[in-house]
Each structure stands twice: as structure tokens, then as C-alpha cells.
Design a protein around this ligand. Structure first.
Ligand code: GLA
Length: 678
């Protein structure tokens, strides 16, 4: 099909924790890549043209021809960020293959969260994908940083480096000349909140001149200092000064400079020291010390660097009043966002406090304005080849109708609440752990083995027999069959598992396929068939090693690459090579989750009060659990076909936000989980 997108690139925005206006002085920064990003779906063209459409109607479509010297669109035009990448890459590697791209993004613009650098990085990745070229990450970080100066801002290299080099769960200390990245784990009970002052700070607008003036003043301050006779023998760079001269002496040097250079110099050298201390505080889990550093940074940016504004000062003050350990403006300043650090338990009070005080006073609903965000430290930019079905559908951002939102709510209820362990516990009246304790030591090996075999058989079944004759979904029949299998088998404990599990799994799979069809899936496509197999990964684990991955979308994203690769493989080769690594990998990933459910089932069946009949009831619950998962999963996929993956995911996350109706999460992180404001 001519209109298919072949690739999707994604480049995240960032929030800088500390180290502001240091990067262009060769000094370190400590940003975090966030969950918000710029995405481009694309397909290569046969010529040199780049044609871009933006999902956001405020940004009109644009196109240009790749060249080593590109005349910019008028100042402030969003297409200039793509031109910046194209010009730099054409100069670097001679690439000139154009592409058609659909751009989407959810990083608030002009907010100091680096939406523009994310667009440059995404454009560069799109060009590389369209031309089949790969560049080393470090080189790409430097190339995109200098590329962006095309738009007229003399910015440093922080934003592009973190967009490409972010790490989930981590902040990243970045040093320059030469570029070095050092991930620093964010302590589990810290939360980073981004609060938007809603004062626009456009990098391509008024803030640009003010930003460039700061860059110039820093150079002038250094030159003025080195020109003094007393400077003889001093290092000649900011980096040299910060690492080789005592802080007291640096402050004396600053004081000897005229205003405003003295303040500029003082900010830069003290901020660099704060980055070192902040990294140490983060490694030590000392939130109070970290918070004090944020506060000091804000004061310095406000008084010495003069890049704050009264709204940001007020926001930072409110944040502290309502329980933040520290807060400061983030990004270039002149408006935009503040970054707040708080302990997990302080989060509800902090968000509510800000909503009432800073936003309430202005009659602003912070959720409606997308002004409050709990940062999820995320991985850096990536390029994906698109699975066929998604490409066929293409993305759209039509919002969901009220009826569809209700469907989604129903799906979410099924998918997230409650887990199998709780259902089984309710049935047997004893915590599942009791049953677990009754299982012999070798149980987990046997369970893993049986699970993998059962899933392999299910995969074979799905690929070979599915999609033949459409029938309406009939949950009851399948449940009866499964009960039958359990009852006939009775409970023979572990040895029976190897025989019984493939049977139950096959029965569940047939039922899942029926549910899939009833939600409009076309089971002749490998991708839909694999979506049936995927169901076995949902709804757990309820006792988890990695509880961060219990949510439905988290599991889907964890599986997405394996599913896409397997779908492509099956589409090309069928199932001739069952042992192919892509298929083995997919089965292993699903088995690691499915085996938790299987052990829970086994544990429930091991509790003495549950006899043969009880064993059958346990099986029935097991089957109906996965039927629930299938119903939820295929409702979500139906909505995705109409609205695109991102739109549905966003709507799903917003349902979480609806407070009282939020599904309880099962798993150790449940209590500390931040409310999802997305
Ligand atoms: C902007 C620039 C960065 C950095 C920050 C301030 O985001 O793009 O390079 O200078 O401002 O720290």
C-alpha cells in the first residue's frame, strides 16, 4: 500500500534538574529525559523533498528540498527545526533522500522542556531512517546540537544530548568537551514534578535575544576577568577555573567584575559546584540536601543571572509551601516551567496545593491546561520499524467519543483490577501465599517449563489454524470446556501440569480469538494472531519482582518490539522455523509473565480444602481471568484502530487521573505511585 509509514521515530523532551546556563560554558548539567516526546511517522520518498504534516493544526504543513545550504522559513516557523537537521546531515554525510512525515508531539511548547530540540533530534532520526544510515549516538548528539544553532539561538548541547541519551529511571550528568554521559539513578521515593508557569518562553521569539545575550555576557565576563593583571596564571576556561581555583577566590574574582558580568560569572561558577553536590546528594538519597541546592540555584538564576520572572518566583515559593523539598525554574527561563523535587508521600499534597494556590488564584485548571506533570524519567530517542497493521491504520488524533471513553473505562477495569491472585484468594478464602508455600521447590522450574511449552503450542495453533471461520464469541462454551478439563484431570498437582496446561491454554486461546473477532480483529493477519497470544502476558504479576511493569500499557510496551518482530517474521516465513530467535524471544517474554499466573493457579489448587471440583473452579477462574484480559485488550485495540495508539494511551492514562475511579494497582509500588497526570 503506497501510503504506509515504514518507520516511527520518537525523541523525548527533558527537564533539567540542575546545571542551568552552564552547558555553553563547558560545565556540567543534570537533566532527565521525560515521557513527553516528538514523534514522526515516515516513509522515504524517491527524491530530495521533505514533506511534513503536523497533527497539531496550529502548525501548517511545510516542505523543502534537502541541500547543504537551506534558506530558512520565516523566523519562528516550526519547519526550521527539520531544516536544521537536514542541512547538518547533508553536510556531514551527503544524505539527500527525502521523506514524507507526520509529526505529533505532546511536549508543551515554549515551556523550557525542549520541544524544539526534540523536533531537531526526531527530524535527524527520520532522515537517517529514510536514508538507511546509522550514526553513532555521541556524534549525533554533537551534530544535532550544532545543527540547532541554524534557528538563531546560541544554545549549548544539553537538550540534544539528553534527548538522545536519556535513561529510564535515571537523571543523566552530562559533561562537555568531550561529551560524557553518566546516568545517576533517581531514588525510588523521589518524585520530580514539572509545573508550568504558563508564561511563554519562546526560544525563537523574545527569549532568544535574552538567551543569546547571556551567552555573550558569559564570554565577556571571562575575557574581562582574564584581562586583569591579577589574573596571570589563572586557567583560561570556565572549566579550568571551576576545577582549579577555590570557590572563595572565584567569588572574589566575580566581585571585581562590573555588573551585570559579575552576577553572570558568579552564577555560572556556583551552579557548576551545585551540580557536583546535587549528584552526590542524589547518590546518597539525601533529598533535603538536593532540595536546598535547587533553591540556591533558583535564587542565583533570579538574582545573578536574571532569567526568572515573577510568576516563576511565585510558583517556586508555592511549591515549597506545599511540601516540595526544593524548586527552581528549569530550562532557559524567562517563563516556562519550574522543576520541583519531593518525596512520593508529599506528592498528593503538593499537587493539590499548587492547584489551589498558584493555579486556583488565576482561575486556571492545571489539568485542563496540561500544566502539572509528574516526570517519568525515560529512555532516549529511538527509531522503530512499524508493524504492518499499525502502518495500515496510520495514526490519527481524533479524540474519543463519550461512548468510546466508557468502553475504554470498561476495558481498564478488566485489565487492571483486580489481579488473578486476588480473584483466587477470594475463592479459596486463604491468601495465595499459603498455597505457594505448599508447592515443592522444583515447582518454579516445572511451571516455567510447562508454560513455555504450552505457549509454544498456542503460538503454533494461532498461526496455523486461526482466522479460518469467524464465529461469534461464546465465553460460556469455552468456560465449560475448561472446567471440564480441570475436573476430568482433578488436581494431581505438579505432574499433571504438563498435560493439563496445554489443554487449558488452547481452550483459552480459542476463546480469546472469538473475543478478538467480536471486537473486529482480522485474524488473517499475523499481527492480530499475536495479539491473541499477547493476552497471556496481561493481568499480573501480582507478586512481582518488577512491579513497574504490571500496568497493561507497560506490559504492552515491554512486549512491543518482540511482537512486531515476530509478526514480521511470521508474515514473511510462516512458522517453518519454530526455533527462530524472534519467536523464542517472544514466547520467553510472555512466558515470564504467564508463569506467574500459572503458579498462582497451582498454588490455589494446592490448598487442601480445594478438591477435584475445587480444582475445576480454580481453572474456571483462570480461564475467565484471561477472557477478561482479552476483552479489555481487544476493546483497546479496536479504539486504537480508530484513533491511533497514542491517543488511546493518553485517554487511558487520563482515566487513571479521574481519582475515585482509578483502578487500584496490584504490586509493591502501588502506594508510592504518583497520580498520573499526562
Ligand atoms: C536552553 C538551551 C540549553 C541550555 C538551557 C539553559 O534549553 O537550549 O542548551 O543552555 O537553555 O540551561
Amino acid at each position: 500500500m503506497a501510503s504506509r509509514w515504514t518507520h516511527r521515530v520518537r525523541a523525548p523532551g527533558r527537564v533539567n534538574l540542575i546545571g542551568e546556563h552552564t552547558d555553553y560554558n563547558g560545565l556540567p548539567v543534570l537533566p532527565v529525559a521525560i515521557q513527553r516526546s516528538v514523534r514522526i511517522e515516515l516513509r522515504a520518498r524517491g527524491d530530495r523533498r521533505v514533506r511534513l504534516t503536523n497533527e497539531d493544526p496550529r502548525f501548517e504543513p511545510c516542505e523543502f528540498e534537502i541541500a547543504a545550504d537551506l534558506a530558512p522559513f520565516p523566523s519562528g516557523h516550526w519547519g526550521n527545526y527539520a531544516k536544521a537537521a537536514a542541512q547538518a546531515l547533508q553536510r556531514r554525510s551527503g544524505l539527500d533522500g527525502g521523506f514524507d512525515g507526520l509529526v505529533a508531539g505532546d511536549i508543551p511548547a515554549a515551556a523550557g522542556l525542549s520541544s524544539s530540540s526534540a523536533l531537531v533530534v526526531a527530524s535527524a532520526l527520520a532522515l537517517l531512517a529514510a536514508n538507511g544510515i546509522e550514526l553513532e549516538r555521541g556524534e549525533l548528539m554533537e551534530l544535532t546540537a550544532s545543527a540547532e544553532r541554524y534557528v538563531g539561538t546560541d544554545s549549548g548541547g544539553m537538550d540534544q544530548a539528553i534527548s538522545l541519551g536519556g535513561r529510564a529511571g535515571h537523571a543523566v550528568r552530562i559533561d562537555f568537551d568531550p561529551l560524557r554521559l553518566e546516568p545517576v539513578p533517581l531514588p525510588a521515593d523521589w518524585r520530580i514534578v514539572i509545573a508550568n508557569s504558563l508564561v511563554e518562553a519562546r526560544k525563537s521569539g523574545g527569549a532568544q535575544a535574552a538567551y543569546n545575550a547571556r551567552v555573550r555576557e558569559c564570554r565577556e565576563a571571562l575575557a574581562a576577568l582574564l584581562a586583569r593583571p591579577t589574573a596571570l596564571g589563572l586557567p583560561t576556561t570556565y572549566r579550568g577555573l571551576v576545577s582549579g581555583v577555590q570557590s572563595g577566590r572565584l567569588l572574589e574574582l566575580a566581585a571585581a567584575l562590573p555588573a551585570p558580568l559579575s552576577g553572570r560569572f558568579r552564577h555560572v561558577v556556583t551552579e557548576a559546584a551545585r551540580v557536583d553536590e546535587a549528584v552526590a546528594a542524589m547518590r546518597a538519597g539525601d533529598l533535603e540536601a538536593f532540595g536546598r541546592l535547587l533553591d540556591a540555584s533558583h535564587a542565583s538564576l533570579r538574582d545573578d543571572y536574571e532569567v526568572s520572572c515573577k510568576e516563576l518566583d511565585e510558583l517556586v515559593g508555592c511549591a515549597r509551601e506545599h511540601g516540595a523539598a526544593g524548586a527552581r525554574l528549569t530550562g532557559a527561563g524567562f517563563g516556562g516551567c519550574a522543576v520541583l523535587a519531593a518525596r512520593a508521600e508529599a506528592l498528593p499534597g503538593l499537587l493539590a496545593g499548587l492547584a489551589q494556590s498558584f493555579y486556583g488564584r488565576r482561575g486556571i485548571d492545571p489539568v485542563a491546561r496540561d500544566a502539572l506533570l509528574v516526570a517519568e524519567p525515560s529512555d532516549g530517542a529511538q527509531t522503530d520499524r512499524l508493524e504492518d497493521a499499525y502502518a495500515r491504520v496510520g495514526p490519527t488524533t481524533m479524540p474519543l467519543s463519550a461512548a468510546e471513553i466508557e468502553d475504554l473505562r470498561r476495558a481498564q477495569k478488566l485489565l487492571e483490577h483486580p489481579g488473578l491472585a486476588i480473584k483466587l484468594t477470594n475463592l479459596i478464602g486463604t491468601p495465595i501465599e499459603k498455597g505457594m508455600a505448599l508447592l515443592p521447590k522444583r515447582a518454579s522450574t516445572l511451571v516455567n517449563d510447562a508454560t513455555t511449552k504450552a505457549l509454544r503450542a498456542a503460538l503454533r495453533l494461532a498461526v496455523v489454524t486461526m482466522g479460518k471461520k469467524p464465529r461469534p464469541a461464546s465465553r460460556a462454551t469455552h468456560r465449560v470446556l475448561a472446567i471440564g478439563s480441570g475436573a476430568a484431570g482433578g488436581f494431581f498437582g505438579l505432574p499433571a501440569l504438563a498435560i493439563e496446561l496445554p489443554v487449558s491454554t488452547a481452550i483459552i486461546l480459542r476463546s480469546v480469538a472469538d473475543i478478538a473477532r467480536s471486537e473486529g480483529e482480522d485474524l488473517s493477519s499475523p499481527e492480530s494472531r499475536l495479539a491473541c497470544i499477547e493476552v497471556f502476558a496481561f493481568g499480573g504479576p501480582s507478586r512481582g519482582d518488577d512491579a513497574a511493569e504490571t500496568g497493561y500499557f507497560a506490559v504492552r510496551s515491554a512486549l512491543s518490539i518482540a511482537v512486531a518482530e515476530a509478526a514480521q517474521f511470521i508474515a514473511e516465513k510462516g512458522l517453518v522455523e519454530e526455533g527462530a530467535p524472534v519467536l523464542v524471544r517472544l514466547v520467553a517474554q510472555i512466558a515470564s509473565r504467564f508463569s506467574v499466573a500459572v503458579s498462582e493457579k497451582l498454588a490455589a489448587q494446592a490448598v487442601p480444602v480445594v478438591g477435584a471440583l475445587g480444582g475445576a473452579t480454580v481453572n474456571a477462574i483462570f480461564v475467565s481471568h484471561f477472557q477478561d484480559m482479552a476483552t479489555g485488550h481487544f476493546i483497546v485495540r479496536r479504539l486504537e484502530r480508530a484513533h491511533g495508539f497514542e491517543e488511546v494511551r493518553r485517554a487511558y492514562a487520563n482515566l487513571d487521573l479521574a481519582g475515585s475511579r482509578a483502578p487500584p494497582r496490584i504490586g509493591p509500588r502501588a502506594s508510592g505511585d504518583p497520580p498520573r497526570i499526562a
